[in-house]
Every structure is written in structure tokens, then in C-alpha cells.
Design a binder for this molecule. Structure first.
Ligand code: DC
Length: 234
């Protein structure tokens, strides 16, 4: 079922929000591929700011420096085989932004209004023309409130932590225990959901899917079904 493309208008925006480890990245990629759409990983943008802030010793609450930093960055996504690469000011940061340290810093800087405001414009520019599957925390609520289809993808904490831990091990990171990964995700969940601006929460018109007991294939099938229904209604 994944080989066959689904005919959709070329300008739909589909949003997938949800907590860390819910499967957003895998699902968004598959879905974008299936639809012949682009894929926008907005978490990567927050991660890139976090990486540069760490390198330049900018604190997570230093709004002035964070704003300056964000404004000087030019983000470019490119597709290389199965991988989406992120180039920031001509430097490929794809692998550098996936460390646990950057994850925690990304969660911290993403709570700063100056950073969110700066990335709001960046995200909308990157999505110009539609035909995109955008994943993040506030895609359906803040960045693309008019999106044609909105999903909120969730899974229980243990499942999400296990997925993340296995992913890290596949990438060769063997130094982190399952418990550490789980505790880190729990802290990020708390940060991301409790911040004042654009907290992680489903849009009112989002369709919620719990992926705890579903395979990637099953989640995609559910989504395709929903998208087809929306397309007929549109
Ligand atoms: O999806 P991710 O784990 O790569 O995201 C990294 C951090 O960025 C996450 O802790 C919350 C933040 N984020 C956000 O606040 N809004 C988004 N649209 C995407 C990510």
C-alpha cells in the first residue's frame, strides 16, 4: 500500500504534532513520500539554534543573544536518499543536533518567545506553497492553524522512551541507559507542555492517534483514510 501515491491537491498542509518519541518523524516522512509532498521537521530548527547557542556559550534565557543568533541563521533542508539533511549557514548540522545535550537545550530555548517568534516566520517561509507534511509541537495550533488536516500523534511514555533508546543504539550511542532516556523525555514533556507560549497540545480540530500499540504501517493507513475523507469533503 505504501508504493501507490494518493492523489491530493498539491497545496495541502498536513500537520503532525505530538510529544518526543511518538513516531512523528518516521510517520511524517512516510506520509510525505506517499503523498509526493515535502517534509518539514521543525524540531530540527529548534535543535539547530540549541546547538549554536551551546557552541557560543549563550545561556537558554539570554533573549537578546538568542534573538541575534536566530536572525543570522539561514536554514536549508535537503533530501539525501532517505535522509533529510539540515544545513545552517552552509554547515551541515544533521548529525550534530541529535545528541541528548542538544535535545535538552532545544527544549529550553523553545520556551523563549523570541526564538518562537523568529522561527514562526522561518517555518511559514519554508512551507510556502503548501504540499507539505509539517511535524512539531505547535504546527496545528500556531504555525499552520488553517492546515487542511491536523494530527496529534501520541504514545505512552515507556513506549516512546523505548523507541528513542533503540534509535540511539542503532546510531551507535551505547552510553545512555533506558532509564536516562525515559527520564529525559519526561522532563522534556513537562517543559514542552507547561510553557506559556505555544505549549504542546492538540489543536481543537486535530485527530488524535495513539501509536503505542500500532505499527508504522497501521498509523499510516489510519492517516491516509482520514486524509481521503477530508479530500472528498474539501
Ligand atoms: O521534535 P524534536 O524532539 O526534534 O524537538 C526538539 C525540541 O524542540 C522539543 O523539545 C520541543 C521543541 N519544539 C517546539 O517547541 N516546537 C516545535 N514545533 C518543534 C519542536
Amino acid at each position: 500500500m505504501l508504493e501507490q501515491k494518493l492523489e491530493l491537491p498539491s497545496n495541502f498542509v498536513i500537520t503532525i504534532d505530538g510529544p518526543a518519541g511518538a513516531g512523528k518523524t518516521t510517520i511524517s516522512r512516510f506520509l510525505a513520500n506517499k503523498l509526493g509532498y515535502r517534509y518539514l521537521d521543525t524540531g530540527a530548527l529548534y535543535r539547530a539554534i540549541a546547538l549554536l547557542a551551546l557552541e557560543r556559550h549563550i545561556g537558554p534565557a539570554d533573549d537578546r543573544k538568542l534573538a541575534e543568533l536566530c536572525k543570522e541563521l539561514e536554514f536549508k533542508f535537503s533530501q539525501s536518499g532517505d535522509q533529510t539533511r539540515l544545513v545552517v549557514n552552509l554547515r551541515d548540522v544533521t548529525n550534530l543536533i541529535r545528541t541528548p545535550e542538544v535535545s535538552m537545550m532545544a527544549s529550553a530555548v523553545s520556551a523563549r518567545p523570541v526564538v518562537r517568534q523568529c522561527l514562526l516566520d522561518v517555518q511559514r517561509r519554508l512551507a510556502e506553497g503548501g504540499g507539505i507534511v509539517a511535524e512539531g509541537r505547535d504546527m496545528g495550533t500556531v504555525v499552520f492553524p488553517g492546515a487542511e488536516v491536523k494530527f496529534f500523534l501520541d504514545a505512552d511514555l515507556e513506549t516512546r522512551a523505548l523507541r528513542r533508546w533503540e534509535q540511539l543504539r542503532r546510531q551507535g550511542v551505547k552510553s545512555v541507559s533506558f532509564e536516562e532516556v525515559r527520564d529525559q523525555i519526561a522532563v522534556r514533556d513537562r517543559n514542552d507542555s507547561s510553557r506559556v507560549l505555544a505549549p504542546l497540545q492538540p489543536a481543537e480540530d486535530a485527530i488524535r492517534i495513539d501509536s503505542s500499540k500500532l505499527s508504522v504501517q497501521q498509523v499510516i493507513e489510519k492517516m491516509i483514510q482520514i486524509i481521503k475523507e477530508r479530500n472528498i469533503e474539501a
